[in-house]
Design a protein around this ligand. Structure first.
Ligand SMILES: Cc1ncc(C[n+]2csc(CCOP(=O)(O)OP(=O)(O)O)c2C)c(N)n1
Length: 563
């Protein structure tokens, strides 16, 4: 521990005391004192991104992978606004993050000074909290509080905006041991009375189903989820972000429900008599038309954020608390239950509505996921972007490793995967990370190939190159008369592009080439790029049409036909 001499050092010193080891950053005029002071903190690893959006996504990926607070740093004005999409992505998916922005000097704030932007105003609705620091002596307690707010309760991003003179000028440093904020006391343990009520409802259920969301990962409640599901003998459906909360080969794991959820998971929810929702927020892509959502079911809803309970679906038993602690409490109340008839019914749906892996084109995208599965044994760390490829991963990749899937769920941010993978990989330094990304999404942040090459991170990028903004093309095909306007997309030669960054790669055009290409990616120590030229006309099925009930899904028209 050192005694910082000015505001800039106070920030780095605070990070060190918070246990931060890494930050993703981009410099600029107002941030100069901050970068200058880094020389005194060699223990902090900073990674120079190529666009501030990537710094925010990397911090977010790191946070999701480790449960620690991710840190990103940007300069004032355009540096700060470039963070916005990444902050919003973290906010809606509850990723703990501290974003530090430099601001123009206090004396010129409000004068439209060069590179001045009111970033606290802009980020007010997309941060858990934000600060404009007025004097250096406040920095210690503000930074302490920022980390406290980011990681406690429902986690989220906190922004600290620091004027250049505050960074530059000498100041005293007070770093409080404890933090408390009036009016902020997230409930950890659910009221015992609610636990007993929930236990009664669950014990009486004939067709229970557990809906596991991102809260299971955040609470690190994986073991408790498995124990609870086994105790009450209930199938477990996940949200998009809940995937990998229970190993895919667990007998009670059904996979993902929702708009592109597997049919048997959606049908099971629709027929259930009790839903046990764990750390999930009944997102519209998950529930489909609310009028028809699980209309026979009583709902036990567990969330650390009381605002989520009853927001979209009324809860019969609201349970405010940490998912892990709530499950522990429920396990104490509940005997071993048996629902073999119900489980057999769900299995019947699984047999009748299987996922289709087509074989009517040289390289069906689903085959790429199968090759990824074979290469990783289902134990890969997978970061996906947004689009059809994201849904194919969610449907077809058997996540065996806990907390191994990272994607932008709530905001659906294209461009997330490549920079987020930099954060996930930094959080798992001994493991490679696999990126699954569309040709459109990749082109939103492909400049980060430079960062990956500079850091020599083992990030294996698998591009689903279908020549379209595929998910939008699918909606145009199904709901807009197949008028493909604004969705055909050209690309550079991705293998040559990667080569220009010093990253090796391969182009794959047929299913038979996949195994060797994935083997080459694995045999390479650092980054690698696979450009998979997949069928462009492929659609994601099943699909619940917007506004329809989850029981009413479109199935692959090739289902049941000889392949
Ligand atoms: C930043 C951003 N802009 C636009 C969209 C809308 N959008 C959702 S999916 C999609 C297409 C994605 O295309 P691609 O990355 O090629 O993946 P594919 O669907 O073809 O697998 C678009 C444009 C978005 N989600 N995010």
């Amino acid at each position: 521990m050192t005694t910082p001499q000015n505001g800039a050092e106070a920030i780095w010193e605070s990070l060190v005391r918070e246990g931060v080891e890494i930050a993703w950053a981009y410099p600029g005029g107002a941030a100069l004192p901050l970068f200058d002071a880094l020389a005194k903190y060699p223990q902090l690893r900073y990674i120079l991104v190529r666009h501030e959006q990537a710094a925010a996504h990397a911090a977010d990926g790191y946070a999701r992978a480790t449960g620690k607070v991710g840190v990103c740093v940007a300069t004032s004005g355009p540096g700060a606004t470039n963070l916005v999409t990444g902050i919003a992505t973290a906010m809606i998916d509850s990723a703990p993050m501290v974003a530090i922005t430099a601001q123009v000097a206090g004396g010129v704030i409000g004068t439209d000074a060069f590179q001045e932007i009111n970033i606290t105003g802009i980020t007010l609705p997309i941060t858990k909290h934000n600060y404009l620091v007025r004097q250096g002596q406040d920095l210690g307690h503000i930074m302490r509080e920022a980390f406290f707010l980011a990681r406690t309760g429902r986690p989220g991003p906190v922004l600290v905006d620091v004027p250049k003179d505050v960074l530059f000028n000498p100041c005293e440093f007070h770093f409080p041991e404890h933090v408390s904020r009036l009016g902020y006391r997230p409930v950890q343990r659910c009221a015992p009375y609610q636990v007993q009520r929930a236990a009664k409802v669950i014990a009486a259920a004939k067709r229970p189903i557990i809906l596991a969301g991102n809260g299971v990962h955040i609470a690190q409640a994986w073991k408790e989820l498995a124990a609870f599901a086994e105790r009450i003998n209930s199938p477990v459906v996940t949200t998009l972000l809940g995937l990998s909360a229970l190993p895919a080969d667990h007998p009670l794991a059904l996979g993902m429900a929702g708009m592109h959820g597997v049919a048997w998971a959606n049908l099971a929810i629709q027929q259930a008599d009790v839903l046990i929702a764990l750390g999930m927020r009944m997102d519209d892509r998950f529930t489909g038309n609310l009028k028809h959502f699980a209309s026979q079911a009583k709902v036990v809803h567990v969330d650390i954020d009381p605002a989520e309970i009853g927001k979209r679906v009324p809860a019969h038993v609201p349970m405010v608390g940490d998912v892990r602690l709530v499950l522990e409490a429920l396990l104490e109340e509940l005997p071993q239950l048996d629902h073999h008839a119900w489980l057999a019914q769900v299995d019947g749906w699984r047999t009748r509505h299987p996922l289709v892996v087509p074989s009517d084109s040289p390289l069906p995208p689903q085959e790429v996921i199968r090759a990824l599965t074979r290469a990783t044994g289902g134990r890969g760390l997978i970061v996906s972007d947004v689009g059809q490829h994201q849904m194919w991963v969610a449907q077809h990749y058997p996540f065996q490793r806990l907390n191994s899937f990272f994607t932008s769920g709530g905001l659906g941010t294209m461009g997330y995967s490549v920079p987020a993978a930099m954060g996930v990989q930094a959080g798992h330094p001994d493991d490679p990370v696999w990126v699954v990304v569309g040709d459109g999404s990749f082109q939103m942040n492909m400049q980060e190939l430079a960062t990956i090459a500079q850091e020599h991170q083992p990030i294996k990028i698998v591009i689903f190159n279908n020549g379209y903004l595929g998910m939008v093309r699918q909606w145009q095909e199904l709901f807009h008369g197949a008028r493909y306007i604004g969705t055909p997309i050209s690309s550079p030669n991705f293998v040559q592009l990667a080569a220009s960054f010093g990253i090796p790669g391969r182009r794959v055009t047929a299913t038979a080439e996949l195994a060797e290409a994935f083997a080459a990616a694995q045999a390479t120590a650092g980054p690698f790029l696979l450009d998979c030229v997949v069928e462009g006309a492929e659609n994601v099925y099943p699909m619940v049409q917007p506004g329809a009930s989850n029981a009413d899904f479109l199935e692959d028209p090739r289902r049941g036909q000889p392949q």
